[in-house]
Write a new protein. Sequence first.
Length: 149
Amino acid sequence: MMSAQLGFWLSLLAHGAPLLGLALWMTPFSFTGGGGWDFVKMFTAGLYMAAMGLLVPLAIWMTVGPGTAKLHALSALKFHGVVALIALAFGAAALVAALFDPANPTMSNPPSNFLSVLTAVFMLSTFVLPLVELGRVIYGIRYLIATGH
């Protein structure tokens, strides 16, 4: 049986996991490469936040027994599952757009469909997704504290 205090801290971790993703994004040891200025990394803060927001609650949900921690982890997991489905839809859109762009070995005819989808993905993961993730963190933690779990 898990103590109430441990359940509270695990629930807090489940809701605050996107902040761990933001911390990982800021380290030089992140998945996108070197410790210097990285063009791709600059646009992926939201993806790091969403990935940690999915993986940490999943680990908590799979390892703890019934209780508040499992309930809060499931809540965070459902939200980030929807975010992951939206990301998969954008990935499918990028794949379809790439298939309908003509071959261009010299880039004299750039792949405009693919670049349009890629630009939308970068804009969403740079500006919209971090704000959505921060809003979810604030909502989850406020709910956790308000209910006293």
